[in-house]
Design a protein around this ligand. Structure first.
Ligand SMILES: N[C@@H](CCC(=O)N[C@@H](CS)C(=O)NCC(=O)O)C(=O)O
Length: 257
């Protein structure tokens, strides 16, 4: 059964499931969805994912959405395809529970808060460049009410209080992860897991660049070392290199190995 992966640039959610595909050496068809052109809300894409969000995994016609779900699905479906470092979800129940704990933490307490800063700075510019009238029409095509609100808030600007709260959440996460990396080599224990991929994709890879005022390099040396170890993985490097904003549209990219 063939695999297709619908995604945007290798960052955040789109990167988060691209890395396990690469780590497992799975060949898949890569289908770029251009968020700058609102392709995620277009009829052809909403027919695939009614929530109008990327990424999406199509496994022989079966559609799987939400990256944490996609990544566990890949573990269950392709348990024998695994990197040399071992399975991306520990095989023992306690190891798997620890991995899920960190996935839950990142999904609930990190992702949206980093995303808010990203939307404030980048998506806000896109949203403000759209003419009145056209913007309202685009909003009507967004299936998820929360996502519609987020686009509207990005256009008017997130409040200082919300942005400050988001920064507090990020600092809390960085402190917590720095402590954890003092105890274990990877987030969920001795092996690299989906939890590392999750935090890296949403925060770890860009935290220094996004938040220069937080003094990340000085305050979080273990996190920097961990980030460099993740970045050095061939599957991660290949996923990051797959970025191709100059040729949006349909393109094919087979697995990293
Ligand atoms: N919980 C979802 C979140 C997906 C999500 O937020 N996707 C973003 C890109 S990172 C998106 O499609 N944004 C476009 C939009 O909302 O218009 C997941 O884990 O896949």
């Amino acid at each position: 059964m063939s695999l297709k992966y619908y995604h945007a640039e290798p960052l955040a959610n789109s990167l988060k499931s691209m890395v396990p595909l690469g780590e497992k050496g799975l060949a898949y068809e890569s289908i770029y969805v251009d968020l700058h052109k609102f392709e995620q809300h277009s009829d052809w894409f909403v027919a695939i994912n009614p929530e109008g969000q990327v990424p999406v995994l199509d496994h022989g016609g079966t559609i799987i959405t939400h990256t944490t779900v996609i990544n566990e699905y890949l573990e269950d479906m392709f348990p024998d395809a695994q990197p040399d470092s071992g399975p991306l979800r520990p095989r023992d129940p306690l190891g798997a529970a620890r991995m899920r704990y960190w996935n839950k933490f990142v999904d609930e307490h990190v992702m949206n808060f980093v995303s808010m800063h990203g939307w404030h700075r980048l998506v806000g510019v896109i949203a403000r460049n759209i003419e009145n009238g056209e913007f309202e029409k685009l909003m009507e095509s967004i299936p998820l009410p929360d996502q519609r609100k987020k686009w509207m808030t990005a256009r008017s600007g997130f409040s200082e209080a919300d942005l400050a709260n988001a920064t507090d959440k990020i600092v809390y996460a960085l402190d917590k992860i720095e402590r954890q990396l003092g105890e274990t080599r990877w987030l969920a224990g001795d092996s690299y897991t989906l939890a590392d991929i999750n935090f890296y994709s949403h925060c770890g890879m860009m935290v220094e660049r996004m938040f220069p005022d937080l003094g990340v390099a000085e305050k979080y040396p273990r996190l920097i070392d961990w980030r460099d170890r993740v970045t050095a993985r061939p599957a991660v490097a290949a996923a990051l290199k797959s970025e191709d904003r100059t040729a949006p549209g349909l393109r094919t990219w087979s697995g990293a190995r």
